[in-house]
Ligand binder design. Structure first.
Ligand code: SAH
Length: 231
């Protein structure tokens, strides 16, 4: 099954309009024809199905015959990741986070962050395609923060869970499957990990430190492992 993406602004008066890449992918790669039925999601929970009524060079119009709204999963799973230096590893993490149902993705610079610039356009394209691949109707927004503090200030209402590999004594022994929270913010450090300063700060904010096993995982593996505790 293939699904396509159109943001809410392209859904009007009972018609969904696919534009540019999406339209070209449907008509040139998938070779859909007028009259074929298409499924389109809007990234905000909207799921639309119906026949294609018009195909032009750069756009494709679908008449909405059926539609439903898919609720955002509960608890909301926000993933906060330190920026990873290697682009392909960061892209892998974003792709898998979307597949696993992250509802927001935050990237932050931290004390041990080496790299500063991030190709947001590429990450957004990867997120869109991972949403379609995993047949989801929600597209997590990806936000870049200049510091851990800036990120924490913008997400004040979530329960904070921090993946941390050296926790023995400090580690919380909470049961991740039985958390009573509407929103969870899962934090994963960059390659160099969180600094002790940052861990102190996070603990002061009430964060729970969570171990993901006795071995040291790469940041992107930690992100996947962390999120998969909640599916
Ligand atoms: N500080 C380490 C490496 C950090 S690994 C060093 O340089 O030696 C990158 C991130 O993955 C960590 O900040 C942590 O958030 C997460 N992580 C890796 N292994 C983990 C584990 N076993 N348990 C919990 N989190 C882990």
């Amino acid at each position: 099954m293939n699904i396509f993406y159109a943001p809410p602004s392209q859904i009007n008066n009972g018609f969904v309009e696919l534009l540019d890449q999406e339209a070209m992918h449907a008509s040139r790669v998938m070779r859909v024809k007028e009259g074929d039925r298409l499924t389109v999601v809007d990234g905000r929970g909207g799921w639309y199905e119906g026949p294609i009524r018009r195909i032009t060079k750069k756009s494709l119009q679908v008449e909405v015959a059926d539609q439903k709204h898919i609720a955002l999963s509960k608890p909301a799973l926000m993933l906060g990741m330190g920026i990873i230096k290697k682009r392909d590893r960061l892209e892998f993490a974003v792709e898998k986070a979307v597949e696993l149902g992250a509802t927001e993705i935050y990237l932050f610079r931290s004390e041990h962050t080496i790299k500063e610039n991030v190709r947001m356009d590429r990450l957004e394209a990867i997120a869109r395609s991972a949403m379609k691949q995993s047949l989801r109707a929600w597209l997590p927004e990806i936000t870049l923060f200049h510091s851990l503090d800036e990120m924490l200030a913008s997400v004040s209402d979530a329960m904070l869970l921090v993946a941390h590999e050296k926790v023995d004594s400090e580690q919380s022994n909470i049961d991740l499957r039985k958390l009573n929270a509407e929103k969870l913010l899962l934090l994963v450090g960059p390659e160099g990990g969180f600094s002790s300063n940052e861990i102190e700060k996070l603990k002061q904010q009430g964060a729970n430190l969570v171990s993901l096993g006795n071995n040291r995982l790469r940041a992107e593996t930690a992100a996947v492992t962390f999120l998969s505790q909640f599916i």
